[in-house]
Design a protein around this ligand. Structure first.
Ligand SMILES: [Zn+2]
Length: 238
């Protein structure tokens, strides 16, 4: 391996490390995205169910109200007939009977009207609840679509960066001789992504953080290709 290509290999190494980091971020982001979608679809679903129940209940109350209103109409008609009839009657027994009937009808109409009023109050309450839940559902859906879009954009831009990085790496690799690449790749694999280690603080191997023996350091300074006696990485001094 020639000394001149080490800076290029070092560059590739940094890019590969960056690529790994981006790929890890992408994986996390994708799983965050999936969880977000699942959790929120569930929430929206529950809200939709709640709204459906409210609408069903509203319809039920309205039907009951209608039924009672129809009954009132019928009873009123009956009442008016009975009242007319009472005027034509002579027999006191019959008069008494009709009057009793009239009183009974009035009482029933009164009861029905009370019930209708209650149902109207009830339906107003349900209607207001329906409006609240509709708004909540709308807000949930909007928030969901917005956050989903943001996460999708983040994922797409990260994918684009990964693609660019990968292109950059393969372009740089194409300029390195085959046998050097093989050596480099083998070292990368066995040394957890760091084949080349800078000499830092004048005598420390950046890879294993240990002092480099003086004799080895002298060779590095001379420009020889030397591996760290401790971790085996290629040492590099600028
Ligand atoms: Zn080392």
């Amino acid at each position: 391996m020639r000394r001149e290509i080490i800076p290029s290999l070092l560059e590739i190494q940094e890019l590969v490390l960056q690529l790994r980091d981006y790929e890890k971020r992408l994986k996390n982001l994708e799983s965050e995205f999936e969880n977000y979608i699942n959790d929120n679809l569930k929430l929206i679903n529950e809200k939709e169910e709640e709204l459906k129940k409210i609408i069903d209940n509203f319809k039920l109350v309205k039907d009951q109200q209608k039924e009672k209103e129809d009954k009132v109409v019928i009873y009123r008609e009956k009442l008016s007939q009975e009242e007319k009839r009472s005027l034509t009657l002579k027999n006191p027994k019959e008069v008494m009977h009709v009057e009793k009937e009239i009183e009974n009808l009035k009482k029933q109409i009164n009861n029905l009207e009370d019930e209708i009023l209650n149902l109207m109050i009830q339906s107003e309450e349900i209607d207001s609840k329906k409006k609240d839940v509709t708004l909540e559902l709308q807000k949930l859906r909007e928030e969901f679509e917005n956050k989903k879009k943001i996460l999708e954009e983040e994922i797409n831009s990260l994918k684009e960066e990964i693609m660019n990085l990968a292109n950059d790496i393969s372009e740089k690799r194409s300029k390195i001789p085959e046998e050097d690449l093989i050596e480099f790749d083998n070292l990368l694999k066995s040394k957890n992504g760091r084949a080349i280690a800078r000499v830092i603080n004048k005598e420390i191997c950046e890879g294993c953080r240990l002092s480099i023996p003086k004799a080895v350091l002298e060779k590095v300074k001379k420009g020889d290709i030397v591996n760290c006696p401790n971790c085996g990485r290629i040492l590099w001094l600028e």
